[in-house]
Design a protein around this ligand. Structure first.
Ligand SMILES: Cc1cc2nc3c(=O)[nH]c(=O)nc-3n(C[C@H](O)[C@H](O)[C@H](O)COP(=O)(O)OP(=O)(O)OC[C@H]3O[C@@H](n4cnc5c(N)ncnc54)[C@H](O)[C@@H]3O)c2cc1C
Length: 239
């Protein structure tokens, strides 16, 4: 069912850090502001699949694996023998839920209206928002597009959600892999490769990076830092 919706000075598409900051800055200037995002994505990639879950996962793995204490107690030391995905997901979910509440409260406090759903433009000042309860329209003098990013996919790496996944789906696997190839040795690839390695139950770990030239040398300074960071972690870098 379509409802005719409301008119604002500013409509923001996306409630990640960029959308939140834009919406709140306008609201503080006395503007009428709406922010549109899917109900389950309030807070953006940052809260649901990016910064917050990855850092929470890292801390949980470092704690449960006893990684930081190994230089003192030895390589075999761990706080918990078998670390299951559920041990980690529990902590990640709790942190995410708390962060979403903080963001909702912050938007409410600043009188930014949260419109749940997926937005699409009908014209430069009108958005159609498709939510679970139906469709509504949001009109605004200005629209801020803050839709963020998603993992790059390649036809040469087909995903199946089980053995071949992207970084958004690491927390949905039933168990962590014993062998792992990470395609993309940027910050996220390196971070997840290091975390899985810290679990200690994986065999070979590879990071694939296109910054290697044919003779196997890394080309830029960021890639050289990558080599330094992976030294001693049994992570092989390949092109
Ligand atoms: C694994 C991982 C780890 C990261 N770690 C860090 C880190 O440690 N430090 C750091 O600074 N950054 C980190 N980042 C990057 C950080 O998450 C992003 O830079 C940040 O989230 C970008 O914010 P944003 O507001 O631009 O968009 P996002 O957070 O991506 O939010 C965009 C929002 O727009 C919504 N949206 C998109 N299209 C529509 C539409 N049509 N209608 C309604 N809503 C829509 C989406 O649902 C989403 O909620 C990490 C990212 C990943 C993936």
């Amino acid at each position: 069912m379509e409802n005719t919706g409301s008119t604002y000075d500013l409509a923001v598409i996306g409630s990640g850090p960029a959308g939140q900051k834009g919406a709140i800055a306008a609201a503080k200037l006395g503007k009428r502001v709406a922010i549109v995002d899917r109900k389950e994505m309030v807070g953006g990639v940052c809260i649901h699949t990016g910064t917050i879950p990855s850092k929470t996962l890292r801390e949980a793995i470092l704690y449960l694996s006893g990684f930081r204490e190994r230089s003192f107690y030895g390589r075999d030391y761990s706080v918990k023998d078998e670390i299951a995905v559920s041990d980690l997901a529990f902590r990640v979910q709790a942190v995410m839920a708390r962060e979403v509440e903080v963001i909702r409260a912050q938007l409410k406090r600043n009188r930014v209206e949260l419109v749940p759903g997926t937005a699409r433009f009908l014209d430069p000042h009108t958005l159609e928002v498709q939510g679970v309860a139906g469709t509504t329209r949001v009109t605004a003098d200005h629209v801020l597009i803050a839709c963020g990013t998603r993992p790059a996919h390649s036809p040469s790496v087909p995903l199946d959600g089980k053995r071949v996944i992207d970084s958004d789906h690491l927390m949905t696997v039933e168990r962590f892999p014993r062998e792992l190839i990470v395609v993309g040795a940027g910050v996220i690839g390196l971070e997840y490769a290091s975390m899985i390695t810290a679990l200690g139950n994986v065999m070979p770990r590879h990071l694939l990076d296109t910054r290697l030239n044919p003779s196997g040398e890394l080309r830029d300074s960021a890639a050289l830092r990558l080599e330094e960071a992976t030294a001693g972690q049994l992570i092989q870098i390949q092109s």
